[in-house]
Design a protein around this ligand. Structure first.
Ligand code: ZN
Length: 236
């Protein structure tokens, strides 16, 4: 069993590095997606503000057209009122209608003003978001270029490590032991073996019961830490 543990320790040295490189290769796309999602979220926010701005402009144009029509109508009413000034009842009716048209015009003007103020406020919101998106997009593109280079370096390194792993006598380890070791490697962040030093597991720093030490010292079986499940070994 000591031979097996020595072989596993040898392997662990390379595997720890392999795990680190793989972790880096997993991190890069995660980081890329996170950054892209942040920019997309800002774009969506900007899109909402811009569509409100467009809607406001359409509404404003409608109100302006309405006010123009009402002004024309008012001038027509005034002319008609002048023409019928002999008829007091008619004049009163015209004046009444003129007042109500005036009121509509002033309401449209107030609403236009309100819309213009709202548009100004929305524009104030949109300007910094546009600037942020532009700046972040630039940073994101730099990140992408760097990440591509980093990934290429990491992949090369990974290939070299995999080759190195083969030369470390991985074929000489019993398949079931190798499988158990590799499973622990994945579960325990690239560190499947832990030294038992003074009855303390150096993987999780828990004191193991005496029988664990006894079994390990006997050297006939693989002994795991009961707390972190790592394969224990004793330093020669
Ligand atoms: Zn442990």
């Amino acid at each position: 069993m000591r031979e097996v543990l020595r072989a596993l320790l040898d392997l662990q040295e390379v595997d720890r590095e392999i795990y680190r490189v793989k972790e880096e290769l997993r991190r890069l796309p995660r980081e890329r997606d996170k950054r892209r999602a942040e920019i997309e979220a800002k774009r969506a926010r900007l899109g909402e503000t811009e569509s409100e701005l467009r809607l406001g402009k359409v509404k404003l144009k409608e109100l302006e057209d309405l006010a123009t029509q009402q002004r024309q109508r008012m001038r027509k009413l005034e002319t008609e009122s002048m023409a019928s000034r002999q008829d007091a009842a008619s004049v009163a009716a015209f004046q009444h209608e003129i007042r109500s048209v005036k009121k509509e015009i002033s309401e449209a003007e107030e609403e236009s003003l309100r819309l213009m103020e709202a548009a100004e406020a929305q524009e104030k919101v949109a300007v910094p978001i546009r600037a942020e998106i532009e700046a972040e997009q630039k940073i994101y593109e730099e990140f992408l270029a760097n990440a591509e280079k980093e990934a290429a370096v990491a992949k090369k390194k990974l290939d070299a490590l995999q080759a190195q792993r083969k030369s470390r006598g991985v074929d000489q380890i019993q398949p079931d032991i190798l499988r158990a070791y590799e499973q622990t490697l994945e579960l325990r962040d690239g560190l499947a073996l832990a030294e038992l030093d003074n009855r303390i597991c150096q993987g999780c720093y828990i004191n193991v019961p005496p029988n664990v030490y006894v079994r390990l010292a006997r050297g006939v079986e693989l002994v795991r830490c009961q707390s972190c499940d790592r394969i224990l070994f004793l330093r020669d």
